[in-house]
Every structure is written in structure tokens, then in C-alpha cells.
Design a protein around this ligand. Sequence first.
Ligand SMILES: [Zn+2]
Length: 148
Amino acid sequence: MQPCFICSKQRGDMKSAGGVIYEDEHVSVSHMGISGESQSAYLGYLIIETKRHTRGLGDLTDEEASAVFVATNRMSRILRDSLQAEHVYSYVRGDAVPHFHMHLIPRYAGTPEPFWHPVQLAEWPDAPRGNTSQIVQVCSQLRAAMTN
Ligand SMILES: [Zn+2]
């Protein structure tokens, strides 16, 4: 059996770029990308994970489902207010990593309409992308906005 990528991240075997932005007893929110990875990530692309290893939609307890949606709503508000996202997409796929996680992707002003789609956004050549240090900066900004 393959070790679970999200469980090993939560155990601290690897660190998401920018660290945890928000967490409660059921969920943890971090930026896409692993610390030190050389490839850049779409800035503001967040992942909301359950702390418990569970597969996908339909497998969450009511408490986990509530926590996921509260985090989705709060983080979306912050992406709008703090990073000036004009719209926020979210989706659950889970084909690659069978541990519940929700993608949260901001769409920024000026994104051409053919890229208005949660998966196609990052394919826009001018999409705002950043390396680990830029991701760290975005995460600090989001964390600060959470406490305000
Ligand atoms: Zn897991």
C-alpha cells in the first residue's frame, strides 16, 4: 500500500510551502506546493484537508463537513479581501491522493475568459505564479488577514 501523501504531510514528514494557514480540530488549510520544491505554484491556490484519513465526499462526519465548509467560506472571503481575487473556485477530485482535500483557487482580475475554470486557470501563461519564498509571503498575508 502506498503511504498517504496528506497523512505524511500532517505528520510533518514534509512541509507545505508557507506552512499551515488555518486549522481547527478537523481541518487544516495550506498553500499548494511543498517547501523547497523548485517548481512554482499558482499564487493563492489553497488546499483544505481533513485531519482524519478519509476518502472523499460522502465519507465525512457532519462535524468534518461543517469544518470544511466553514474553512472554505472564510478562506474564500480572505482571498477576495486580501489578495483581491474577483472570484473563488472550489472542487473535490481525489483521484491522485485518496485523502479528503478540497481545492480552493482564486481567479484574479484580468484573467481571460477562456481560462475561467478551476483547472484551466493555472494554464493561463500570465497567471500569477510564485516560488517558495513568494508562497511564504502570501501565506503570511492570509494568516494576518485571518486574525483581523
Ligand atoms: Zn491520509
